[in-house]
Design a protein around this ligand. Structure first.
Ligand code: ASC
Length: 151
């Protein structure tokens, strides 16, 4: 009995997370602005982690965790905004996002996987762990940009 209740609760939670990431847009420009905003916030908070990993600012485990927490949430958001028809306008999004959807999804999944490792690394409070995870997340950012973002 208890087991079934836990499974139901988990299913509900997964649906809720799915819905929150399922942004709706009135027009393509709104989707473009939304994803650019999310990516800007991601870059800002990841940038702070990268500065610590590179020794440009002193390592502070609490500050790292706070920045990672924002990154963890916001990094889930841009992907639902790459809607059909939003390849035109003020965007660097390449047509391959839509013509090679599976590859684009693969790049997202890679980032999500590395982001989970970054979460674990931030929790250990060790700079060495942060360095490794930041490097991997940065690699996932670059991999996607190289393939799908125009210069
Ligand atoms: C950043 C940032 C990116 C990535 C990328 C990694 O800090 O804003 O877009 O890292 O430069 O190669």
């Amino acid at each position: 009995m208890k087991h079934i209740r836990i499974v139901r609760l988990l299913a509900l939670l997964i649906c809720m997370v799915g819905l929150s990431a399922q942004a709706q847009f009135a027009k393509p420009e709104a989707a473009i602005k939304y994803r650019q905003s999310a990516l800007t916030v991601m870059g800002t908070h990841f940038g702070r982690l990268a500065e610590m990993a590179q020794g440009k600012v002193p390592f502070d485990a609490k500050v790292a965790q706070d920045n990672e927490a924002v990154f963890a949430v916001v990094s889930k958001l841009p992907w639902a905004a790459f809607v059909e028809g939003s390849d035109k306008g003020e965007t660097k999004a390449k047509a391959e996002i839509w013509s090679e959807g599976a590859k684009f999804k693969e790049a997202q999944d890679k980032l999500m996987a590395e982001a989970m490792k970054l979460n674990a690394a931030a929790k250990t409070g060790k700079l060495e762990d942060l360095k490794v995870a930041v490097g991997a997340v940065g690699g996932a950012c670059k991999n996607c940009h190289d393939q799908f973002r125009a210069k």
